[in-house]
Design a protein around this ligand. Structure first.
Ligand code: PEP
Length: 251
């Protein structure tokens, strides 16, 4: 039985004041959520502030990216996995479509980052997903398989026991267009069956989140699908009431 996991990707949003309001709301209401793993991923500069503002052990903190180099060095503007651990980060989002599209991150780079995260005890939330053009031209499964294969080649299938996968159709991120529960389930089942070709056991255990315009009013139906184990939430994670409602839907 997989435990649902909901994570908030705050992207490059927030200020000390707005984050304090958001975290206060989460502190006040997280007790209403059932048996669900929860994490929030603030901009890196606010990670320590969020950790110190959270008054509940029920919400873990994660980062949105990290360097391929594990410890320290002359890499201006980067932060390492060792630094994330120093500030009690349990998760790191890797391969988000915005990192792939805007910053040109490749499958190979993402795979190496996954390896570095795992070697240092930080759980990667590995994002995969197709663009609208790729979906419409019939190469959706090939695109997702290629994204997964790069990571499988780097860390092996057994490592997926410690990796969270987030299926995020690029066309549904921040657009208000959600994949229908059936569309999302189809891809989640494809991902699980692909992993099952290498290990049925790992495939059954791996958490696969859905991400892309999840809101309180569509979360329950998405999360009720058999292969959807929670969500990676962008816009709606910036509002405590909405994020808590989504977490409740996952329970
Ligand atoms: C995301 O960026 O990971 C995401 C899912 O965003 P949104 O929920 O805003 O579509």
């Amino acid at each position: 039985m997989r435990k649902a996991f909901v994570a908030g990707n705050w992207k490059m949003h927030g200020s000390k004041a707005s984050i304090l309001t958001l975290v206060s709301g989460l502190n006040a209401k997280v007790g209403e959520v059932g048996d669900v793993d929860i994490a929030v991923c603030p901009p890196a500069i606010y990670i320590d502030f969020v950790n110190r503002s959270l008054s509940t052990g029920k919400i873990a903190v994660g980062a949105q990216n990290m360097a391929e180099e594990p410890v320290q060095g002359a890499y201006t503007g980067e932060h390492s996995v060792a630094m994330l651990k120093d500030f009690d980060c349990q998760y790191v989002i890797l391969g988000h479509s915005e990192r792939r599209a805007i910053y040109g991150e490749t499958d190979a780079q993402i795979a190496r980052k996954v390896k570095v995260a795992l070697e240092n005890g930080v759980t990667p939330i590995l994002c995969v997903g197709e663009t609208l053009e790729e979906r419409e031209s019939g190469v959706m499964e090939t695109v997702i398989a290629t994204q997964l294969d790069a990571v499988i080649a780097e860390v092996g299938i057994v490592a997926f026991e410690k990796i969270v996968i987030a299926y995020e159709p690029v066309w549904a991120i921040g657009t208000g267009k959600t994949a229908t529960p059936a569309q999302a389930q189809e891809v989640h089942a494809f991902i699980r069956s692909k992993l099952a070709q290498l290990s049925a056991d790992i495939a059954q255990k791996v958490i696969i989140q859905y991400g892309g315009s999840v809101k309180p009013d569509n979360a329950a139906e998405l999360f009720s699908q058999p292969d959807i184990d929670g969500g990676l939430i962008g816009g709606a994670s910036l509002n405590a009431d909405d994020f808590i409602a989504i977490c409740k839907a996952a329970g």
